[in-house]
Ligand binder design. Structure first.
Ligand code: SF4
Ligand code: SF4
Length: 375
């Protein structure tokens, strides 16, 4: 039986977070699994350099609370992440310091991974991706804790514990994987391969503040007021999806992992420490790219054509674009050009992966769908 621990918490107070995680860690007897001298690698979500209070990244205080408890068990803490964009020692340092991680590392004695080295790995019996590069701390680690941020995601629907592990792929090699697996059904298989490769020993969700709407970077900050922990990243995502009103069977990534027997089929297969009804968020905004409501309202025979015409596209707000080129750098199809200090998309080659939307530092790439039939 998968177990998921839910706990309400309204602020990022480190002492309160420590109290919650300390109780959970005792219940799962984490101390018996963490040996003296071991290195515990923590994988936060630092998709982009962002302020801790933005709702975009795993708040550093959540990582601090978990890390302090791990250190008390006698282990070392190594925080390792590859954000989008370039993956170099300088960009790693810049993301850590701009996101509040350098401060917690210095204060509590954690190590930040800034060497920016990676190696090729082979995945045994992959669903689709047998070989890829992974940043070195995730190759034969002693113990991994995946600390995700609960957000909507324009491409995959949900950004949670499973999607967070895509950050073990170095920098600009992430868009390359979009190119290798342009169809969403293949991309989600690759994400499942990555999750099965890392196999986090423990997963934690920062769902105190997150993002709704067009996440994972351009959405709207949403206060949700809880944190959750599980030894299964799949069960953790399942419960969090239910809380924010997403149906797991409608999220391709979860539908696939359910079919593969990794994600539970229903809440009946998950043991919860608390009543989930106390956590439900009724007004969570779904990403524009994933809403299918209007398609459901037109005659069935017209739906394939309507879906094709109305497939959401990235749209650059030219008046606000500063021409920094981050979108072009992250585009797997190399279909964005900077002309006269403004980004321009050649839609002919666009595969609607929304990497550009994710990587724009000032969030001026919108997602738009053509409205048809006045719906
Ligand atoms: S990342 Fe954003 S601001 Fe920078 S060039 Fe692209 S659209 Fe413009
Ligand atoms: S333009 Fe944007 S959505 Fe289209 S392929 Fe490039 S990164 Fe992906």
């Amino acid at each position: 039986m998968n177990k998921v621990f839910l706990n309400k918490i309204e602020t990022y107070d480190i002492e309160k977070l420590k109290d919650i995680y300390s109780r959970i860690f005792s219940e799962i007897d984490l101390k018996s699994k963490i040996k003296e001298g071991m290195t515990v690698v923590i994988k936060p979500n630092l998709v982009i350099k962002s302020k801790p209070e933005s709702g975009i990244i795993t708040h550093p205080n959540v990582v601090a609370a978990v890390g302090i408890l791990i250190k008390e068990m006698g282990a070392k803490v190594l925080i390792a992440e590859s954000s989008g964009g370039l993956f170099t020692p300088a960009t790693c340092k810049m993301v850590f310091s701009g996101s509040g991680y350098t401060e917690i590392a210095e204060k509590y004695g954690f190590t930040l991974y800034t060497e920016a080295e990676f190696s090729k790995v082979t995945i045994n019996k992959p669903y689709i991706c047998g070989e890829l590069n992974v940043i070195n701390p995730y190759i034969n680690p002693d113990f991994v804790i995946d600390i995700a941020k609960l957000k909507s995601h324009s491409m995959t629907g949900l950004s949670g514990a499973v999607k967070n592990l895509f950050g073990v792929v170095p920098g600009l090699q992430k868009p390359e994987l979009h190119c290798r697996f342009p169809k969403e059904e293949d991309f989600v298989k690759m994400l499942t391969d990555v999750c099965e490769f890392v196999k986090p020993n423990l997963s934690v969700m920062d769902a105190i503040d997150g993002l709704e709407g067009d996440g994972p970077t351009g959405g709207i900050k949403k206060h949700m007021g809880f944190t959750a922990v599980s030894e299964s990243p799949y069960a953790l995502d399942y419960v969090c999806a239910k809380i924010i009103g997403m149906e797991p069977e409608n999220i391709k990534m979860m539908a696939f992992s359910t079919e593969m027997g990794l994600t539970p089929k229903s809440l009946d297969e998950i043991e919860l420490n608390d009543d989930i009804n106390k956590y439900l968020i009724k007004d969570f905004l779904m990403p524009k790219s994933k809403t299918t409501d209007f398609i459901d309202r037109i005659p069935k025979f017209l739906r394939p054509l309507a879906a094709k015409i109305a497939t959401p596209k990235p749209y650059i707000k030219k008046d606000k674009c500063v021409g920094c080129g981050k979108c072009a750098e992250s585009c797997p199809q190399h279909t964005i050009e900077i002309i006269n200090k403004k980004a321009e998309i050649n839609y002919k080659n666009c595969i609607k992966c929304f990497c550009c939307h994710e990587m724009c530092p000032i969030h001026v790439i919108d997602i738009k769908r053509l409205k048809i039939f006045n719906l």
